[in-house]
Design a protein around this ligand. Structure first.
Ligand code: FE
Ligand code: FE
Ligand code: ZN
Length: 295
């Protein structure tokens, strides 16, 4: 069965229930959210009553909660030595929040080394992850998924070898995995047209069972551009057919597919339309116009 959804909001008042309602309005059967604003540290108390209500509603709608994803805020950067203690503390709290919500997967950008060099950056990420996973050791059921990155600026994680090195260094192997992002893979220089070849290589190096989520985005830029600018499905340089092949690859059948495509004209959510188009497996040239009319 296709497990597909998108990034959705999460607000203080409605919390998980509000996120679920947004996902349902898109015809999704999974979703991804931030537990607060991605760019700041303000976080509200998780209300168990809202969580419970959401869990019941998920059951009614046949949504498997174990496939729902949280994304960690971008302000966490385990590479950066000045921000290291902050990042370790905040990621620890984020894991506690995920455990309180009962979420299984937390996606994390590995970090940017900002001039330290990749080796030192990777060393710091490993050190930070080991500290965080030790902090939550007895209570943790969450798997941290390292996201494959576009390689913009000094980002770590645009090469599979870097992701492998980090995973090799993490002691608590049960709680570390990978989130693929199609835009980032393409921008990072990988050929995803022949996706089975890519998966073979990934499997040899890291292991396909480590994949816990896949972000489905088209890219505004060409292969190896290292830009990280997402595009609506079928309207970028990756293209509809390649994305459909990835979405329906039977080796990734049980993995959540999450859209992080841009709002059209910064105003209109595309997800309901993109999800429908993906289910139909047929590219619609007029989709952006339909999204603007929301009909
Ligand atoms: Fe991300
Ligand atoms: Fe992503
Ligand atoms: Zn991105």
């Amino acid at each position: 069965m296709l497990i597909i959804g998108s990034h959705v909001g999460f607000n203080k008042k409605t919390q998980l229930l509000g996120s679920l309602d947004e996902a349902l309005s898109y015809g999704a059967n999974t979703f991804m959210f931030y537990t607060g604003a991605p760019q700041n540290t303000a976080r509200s108390q998780i209300e168990d009553e809202l969580t419970l209500e959401a869990l019941n509603k998920m059951k009614e709608n046949n949504i498997d909660y174990s496939k729902v994803i949280v994304h960690a805020p971008y302000i966490i950067n385990l590479c950066n030595e000045e921000k290291f203690d902050f990042s370790v503390n905040f990621l620890t709290e984020e894991l506690n929040r995920c455990n309180k919500l009962g979420v299984r997967y937390l996606v994390l950008h590995p970090g940017s080394h900002v001039g330290l060099g990749a080796q030192k950056g990777i060393y710091n990420i490993i050190k930070g992850l080991n500290m965080v996973l030790t902090n939550v050791k007895n209570t943790n059921n969450v798997i941290i998924l390292l996201e494959t990155m576009a390689g913009k600026g000094t980002e770590i994680g645009s090469k599979q070898e870097e992701i492998k090195e980090i995973i090799d260094g993490v002691l608590d192997k049960e709680h570390i995995g990978v989130c693929l992002d199609t835009c980032h893979l393409s921008d990072g220089g990988y050929d995803i047209v022949n996706f089975d070849n890519f998966l073979d290589e990934f499997d040899r190096l890291i292991g396909i069972e480590k994949i816990g989520c896949i972000h489905i985005n088209d890219s505004k830029n060409i292969v190896a551009s290292h830009k990280d600018r997402h595009e609506n499905i079928g309207f970028g340089n990756i293209g509809f057919n390649t994305l459909i092949n990835i979405i329906y690859n039977n080796r990734l059948e049980n993995i959540s597919k999450i859209l992080e495509t841009p709002y059209v004209d910064k105003e209109f959510a595309p997800y309901k339309f993109e999800i429908e188009m993906i289910k139909n497996k047929k590219f619609d040239n007029n989709l952006l116009e339909k999204i603007k009319k929301q009909d």
